[in-house]
Write a protein that binds this ligand. Structure first.
Ligand SMILES: C[S@@+](CC[C@H](N)C(=O)[O-])C[C@H]1O[C@@H](n2cnc3c(N)ncnc32)[C@H](O)[C@@H]1O
Length: 267
């Protein structure tokens, strides 16, 4: 059954009508649900949701009670933030939840990872020393190359504890002519609306997540969406770490590390 989101911007409306209705929205929901389940099964109970958008009609932002999930939902659109805050209060009352059992809402710009990660909301809600799930579905296609989206992603990845999950979904350039025409028409109808959505090849997303263990997804993005998920390497356990060998008592000077993730990524 098709569900109507609470709120749709002009761009969303146009994209929705021209790009096969709910296809993009629905696929993002399925991708998000799949990665949430994978992360939870691995014991990851913290979520940082970048560009969270409006609450969905099926309420997937409401965590089942008892799982102890802690989440921060970030968006820079004040309307999104106020709707989510109102929904949070309503849900807390309706379900007799403590508010902390529902996602905390942070109005912030995902292009400023330093500010988001240092914010009181994130610090009070998440333990950055432990793995978390970084959700970035349909968010980074709003960031143009000039603002170096790859480096922004790298900044977040560098801050994540080993064992963290990340999923990025992103507007794709369809391979078929008809799909491309529809995408061009959608863009042509709303040239002045900001933030515009930029289609990027899948390889760019893969570059952003280079160095992570790839997490295969059952849900593919369809014609109009790429989705790539990864997990940062788990820290070696005592059993897998070789015991230090006794050797000469001199200090080796190691060359500086050959660049951060951000420098090697495609933007
Ligand atoms: C298409 S919606 C995606 C919502 C949700 N993540 C999903 O997958 O359905 C994109 C959201 O990203 C937000 N957004 C765009 N640019 C942003 C930025 N620079 N910082 C924070 N949020 C941003 C928009 O306000 C919008 O709510």
């Amino acid at each position: 059954m098709s569900r109507k989101p609470h709120h749709l911007s002009d761009v969303d409306n146009i994209v929705r009508h021209l790009l096969f209705g709910d296809e993009i929205t629905r696929r993002n929901q399925l991708i998000t649900a799949e990665v949430r389940a994978l992360a939870l099964a691995a014991g990851v109970t913290q979520v940082l949701h970048l560009g969270c958008g409006m609450p969905t009609a099926d309420g997937d932002q409401n965590h089942p009670a008892g799982l102890g999930i802690r989440e921060v939902a970030v968006d820079n659109d004040p309307i999104v933030v106020s709707v989510r805050e109102r929904q949070r209060r309503t849900e807390a009352r309706r379900r007799s939840y403590r508010a902390s059992a529902l996602p905390a809402i942070l109005e912030a710009d995902l292009r400023d990872p330093g500010a988001i990660l240092a914010s009181t909301t994130v610090r009070n809600t998440l333990d950055l020393g432990k793995p978390l799930l970084l959700l970035a579905t349909a968010a980074f296609h709003h960031i143009p190359n000039i603002q170096r989206p790859g480096e922004i992603v790298a900044h977040y990845l560098n801050a994540l504890a080993p064992g963290s999950y990340i999923v990025v979904s992103h507007l794709a350039l369809p391979e078929d002519q008809n799909g491309r025409r529809r995408l061009a028409a959608a863009h042509g109808l709303c040239p002045d609306v900001t933030p515009p959505a930029i289609a990027r090849p899948r390889a760019v997303l893969e570059g952003w997540l280079r160095g992570l263990d790839r997490v295969p997804l059952q849900t593919n993005g369809g014609r109009f969406l790429h989705a790539v998920a990864g997990r940062s390497h788990l820290a070696p356990t005592a059993e897998t770490t070789p015991a230090p060998r006794r050797g000469p008592s001199h200090t080796l000077i190691q060359p500086a590390s050959s660049g951060s993730r951000g420098e090697s990524r495609t933007s």
